[in-house]
Design a protein around this ligand. Structure first.
Ligand code: URA
Length: 240
């Protein structure tokens, strides 16, 4: 593939800007400066450097973020900070987007990828991919709530939720719980608790399908998925 096309595809500038970078000698392939934009390069095998920094060419990127509260699950926004704003430039050039949404005040596991097919499979309502949340609830969560969530509760718009698994971790004036749901209605967890007269004070997603949040990620940090994790997600989708 032509070097100018590879670099432009990867977001290093327009074809024109990339040509200028080449002309300026900023690009090396296997250690040799390449100035001719028409030079053919094998991005899978050749080592490409820009301003001395090696770039990794690949089509897809898969990131796991421990989303902080206060940022929105979008790629861009006029006034709010987005999860994509938290990415390093070398990851952002792949144009990843969040796989589904977490509310602005929700923390935890958020996948970002540019693999539209995988994102679609994980989000498709037909696949019922389970998502597990940890939450702190204002009020005493009871065994009746466990039964109600298992049977389905009616949200404020009349929608009755699919069976969900509620685990009470501690119960009191403030309770801690884990809840697994297989759908993704707007503000679903908060509205489910609202339906049983309680309020979610803190919400964090801890698992999506087979993938748990890597707890070594500090809030706001992210990492690439391993090849095994990507494979696991792809196979999971097939079992779907
Ligand atoms: N349910 C919610 O209420 N909020 C989220 O961010 C995710 C699930």
């Amino acid at each position: 593939m032509r070097i100018d096309k590879i670099l432009a595809n990867m977001g290093y500038g327009s074809r024109k800007e990339v040509k200028k970078m080449l002309k300026d000698g900023a690009v090396k392939v296997n250690g040799t400066a390449i100035t001719d934009a028409k030079t053919h390069v094998n991005p899978e095998e050749d080592t490409i450097e820009i301003f001395g920094e090696e770039i990794r060419y690949r089509k897809f990127i898969y990131l796991m973020m421990n989303k902080p509260a206060g940022v929105i699950s979008a790629t861009e926004d006029f006034s709010e900070q987005t999860v994509v704003d938290l990415l390093e430039v070398e990851d952002a050039v792949f144009d990843p987007f969040p796989v589904g949404r977490l509310d602005k005040d929700t923390e935890g596991l958020l996948l970002l990828t540019n693999d539209g097919q995988l994102a679609h499979q994980l989000l498709s309502p037909k696949k019922h991919v389970p998502k597990t949340y940890f939450a702190i609830i204002e009020g005493e969560v009871t065994d009746e709530d466990v039964v109600a969530f298992k049977q389905g509760v009616m949200l404020d718009d009349g929608y009755v939720t699919k069976p969900a698994e509620l685990k009470i971790l501690s119960s009191g004036l403030r309770s801690t719980i884990e809840l697994t749901i297989t759908e993704g209605k707007f503000h679903q967890v908060k509205r489910m608790f609202q339906a049983v007269g309680k309020r979610v004070k803190y919400l964090k997603r801890i698992q999506m399908g087979p993938l748990p949040l890597d707890e070594s990620l500090q809030v706001g940090e992210y990492r690439e998925l391993t090849d095994e994790e990507v494979q696991m997600l792809k196979e999971y989708k097939r079992e779907g």
